[in-house]
Structure formats: C-alpha cells, structure tokens
Design a protein around this ligand. Structure first.
Ligand SMILES: [Zn+2]
Length: 203
C-alpha cells in the first residue's frame, strides 16, 4: 500500500515535471521567434558546454586554460542573454521551468551534503499528509465519478472467464449504481454500509 502511494505520487511528479518543461519549451520557442539572437546564444552555450566536458575528459591535464577560456565565453553569453531578457521586460529567470518545487525540480528527490539521494521535503510532506488522511482520499481530484468510464470494462459476457453471466461493463455499472444510491441515501439512518472485498493489493 505504502509503495502504491509512493509510486502514484512519483507518477504525478513526473507528469508535473514534464508539463513544466514542455511549457518552458513553448515559451522559449515563442521568444526565439521574437529575438533570434537568443536562439544563437543558446546554441552556442550548449556547444561550449559540450566542448568543455570533452576537453576535461580527453585531456584533463591540458584542459585548464582551454576550459577557463570557454568559461569566460559562457559567462559573456549568459550576460548577453540576461541583458536581452531584461531590456525587453522579461525576468532574468525566464528560462527556468515553472516547477512546483524548485528544490527538487519536481523529481521528489535531492542529493544531500553527503552526496546521498534523499527524499525532498515536498515529497515527505505529501506522504505525511496522506498518512494523516486515514481514508487515503488524496486522489479525489482525479479519482471520482466524473472520471468514471465504463468503456474501460469489456462488454463481452464470458461466464468461464469472468465468473458472471453479465459482462464486466454491466457489472461495474451495477456497482456504480449501488455506490450512487449509497451516496444519495448517506444521511438516511436506515441505509446500509458498503463493504468492498477482494484479493490483497487490489484497489
Ligand atoms: Zn521538492
């Protein structure tokens, strides 16, 4: 169960991260169209970054002057890029994705001072919130009847496979109706409780 919750949170994190990066990419492309020099600068910066890494890997002993030179160029280009942004009314951090958590950049994990990978405080907080919420209803935004789609269930009747003489779709619709009935009569003292059963690990 705990693993399920963590996995589900990490999937949410991954989606948040991808969304933030895609949004940034779109913003970038729009800006490149307006200020082509920014695209040139970014291309130069990635090329210089690759040259610097290559030089350190291939000739570590002779690389210091060369790398220092590259670093100067990189700093100059970054300064030019920042000047273009500020001069045109954009913030200096325009090229930073809009992460929900800037500490872990929506990965859920950070590297601590001892170089160990540890959970970020945002992920710990989410797990704490969930463990305090005894009913595990953290996914209600997604997991609710508005997102219920019976088409996910087969419309075939197959007694030997499903052990029912109705299709899984008909069965889930019956269950849904019973749940809706339960909700609608929730404040009726005569209505009975619902009990869901199944093999361990099912949700
Ligand atoms: Zn975080």
């Amino acid at each position: 169960m705990a693993n399920n919750i963590l996995n589900s949170l990490l999937r949410e994190y991954e989606q948040k991260k991808i969304k933030a990066e895609l949004e940034l990419d779109e913003k970038k492309q729009n800006l490149y169209a307006l200020y082509p020099r920014l695209l040139e600068i970014d291309n130069e910066l990635s090329s210089l970054g690759i040259q610097s890494t290559k030089s350190i890997l291939i000739q570590p002993e002779n690389s210091s002057n060369f790398v220092e030179n590259l670093n100067h160029k990189i700093l100059d280009l970054k300064k030019e890029k920042q000047d273009i942004l500020l001069k045109n009314g954009y913030s200096a951090d325009f090229f930073t994705p809009d992460y929900e958590c800037n500490i872990c950049q929506d990965t859920g994990y950070i590297v601590d001072n001892d170089f160990h990978t540890v959970m970020c405080s945002c992920l710990k907080q989410k797990l704490l919130d969930i463990s305090f919420n005894k009913s595990n209803m953290y996914g209600l935004k997604q997991e609710n009847f508005e997102h219920f789609d019976e088409r996910r269930f087969s419309d075939d009747v197959d007694l030997s496979k499903y052990k029912f003489n109705i299709s899984p779709r008909k069965n889930i619709l019956n269950i849904k109706n019973k749940c809706m009935d339960f909700i609608n009569k929730f404040d009726n003292p005569d209505s009975k409780n619902l009990l869901f059963t199944g093999a361990t690990g099912l949700r």
